[in-house]
Ligand binder design. Structure first.
Ligand SMILES: *Cc1c(COP(=O)(O)O)cnc(C)c1O
Length: 383
């Protein structure tokens, strides 16, 4: 058999954004308009997001990382303060706490839910605690009733890292349509994109003013020739080019998330019995499935995770890792954290693999992934 008789299947990445032609045309229109930075498209995107989130105020930024940092600053969190956050997330969640001068206080996560353990949150509260920063992991909402009950009992602000959770809902209410400050990401890997970008939903009048000042030089304009700088602000305002992409994406959000749910349902169906991986918690229809992240049963396998990823790549399938436990990174060991403190986060960090999931995938792609995983994992079982 020569090569030309083999069927060559295209490479299937673990994620890929879907940008339609109408959106591409709207970007070209902005580029021709003469106004590229924050302008009418940013205003329109903030209005459309606000509309989607039940009319709450929305402020966009150049990333969720910037949004989380602005939210912390707006809550007056800085040196001497503690913020409780899960040990398993993208590292940005903890980095922003350190960047404003506060201390991240980690708690463990559920092995299947990947969401922070609320009993441990209560135990971690001290007189220095100022806020809780939960993550709706993979788009599965944290128990909001219990979270906000703890926060109000201890007078803490909640800054939700909702980077995974645009379009998720809890008890029928959209994430971001209630709660204190809720931060979304529009990075290309997330459920909708503005290329780079993020948004904060919610906030008091004073917090919104702080967010606007920190987002743009701390400056307040009053008339064409008069402005004052009220604080040493940064600069992380979104561009109209990015906002045009976001407007096109937001129109498709419900469709995209429905597709993600259907693809995940197919994974669960094909692995309803004898799954060779430990599947994540299924959640309900409020789960927006940003990523599908089963655990590899490494203890019963003769291969490493890296060898698994490489074997999948040889079969034309991309596999990601979301995420190593934050406290095991050098910068967090330097703060005194040690291996062994958060066993679930550490185990997930070692065993997690992100399988392909994005709206342009077909159900047959899921079948292809399942077949490849079954082959690789079953072939590597210790005898
Ligand atoms: C992607 C991500 C962020 C950061 O988002 P950016 O928009 O890339 O800054 C923060 N937290 C979590 C959980 C994320 O997945």
């Amino acid at each position: 058999m020569n090569d030309s008789t083999k069927t060559v299947e295209r490479f299937l990445p673990f994620t890929r954004p879907s940008i339609d032609e109408e959106t591409i045309a709207s970007v070209a229109e902005v580029l021709r308009s003469g106004w590229l930075a924050s302008g009418p498209k940013v205003a329109a995107l903030e209005a459309a997001l606000s509309d989607y989130l039940g009319g709450r105020p929305v402020r966009t930024q150049t990333s969720a990382t910037a949004g989380l940092e602005l939210a912390l600053l707006a809550c007056g969190i800085g040196p001497g303060a503690e913020v409780i956050t899960p040990a398993l997330s993208f590292v940005a969640t903890a980095n922003v706490i350190v960047r404003v001068g506060a201390r991240p206080v980690f708690v463990d996560v559920g092995l299947d839910s990947r969401n922070l353990d609320l009993a441990q949150v209560e135990e971690a509260i001290t007189p220095r605690t100022r806020a809780i920063m939960p993550v709706h992991f993979a788009g599965m909402p944290v128990d909001m009733e219990r979270l906000y009950a703890i926060a109000s009992r201890h007078r803490l602000r909640v800054i939700e890292d909702a980077a995974h959770a645009i379009g998720s809902s809890w008890a029928g209410k959209r994430i971001g349509s209630f709660g204190d400050l809720v931060v979304f990401s529009f990075h290309p890997n997330k459920n909708i994109t503005t290329i780079e970008g993020g948004a904060i939903s919610g906030g008091s009048a004073a917090e919104l003013r702080s967010i606007e000042l920190h987002r743009w030089h701390g400056q307040l304009k009053s008339g064409a020739d008069s402005f004052d700088t009220l604080l040493a602000g940064g600069k992380c305002n979104l561009s109209d080019v990015a906002a045009a992409v976001g407007l096109g994406q937001l129109r498709r959000l419900e469709e995209f998330n429905a597709r993600r749910r259907a693809l995940v349902a197919r994974y669960f169906e094909l692995w309803r019995e004898d799954a060779p991986l430990k599947l994540p918690e299924r959640g309900d229809e409020g789960h927006s499935w940003h990523v599908f992240t089963p655990l590899l049963p490494l203890e019963s396998l003769s291969i490493t995770r890296l060898a698994f990823i490489e074997a999948m790549r040889e079969r034309g399938i991309g596999v990601g890792v979301h995420y190593p436990a934050i406290h095991t990174f050098s910068a967090y060991r330097a703060l005194g954290y040690r291996e062994g403190q958060f066993p679930n986060a550490e185990r997930i960090g070692r065993e997690t693999v992100t399988l392909p999931l994005f709206p342009a995938m077909e159900l047959t792609d899921v079948e292809r992934v399942v077949k490849a995983v079954n082959e690789v994992v079953r072939g590597a079982r210790k005898k």
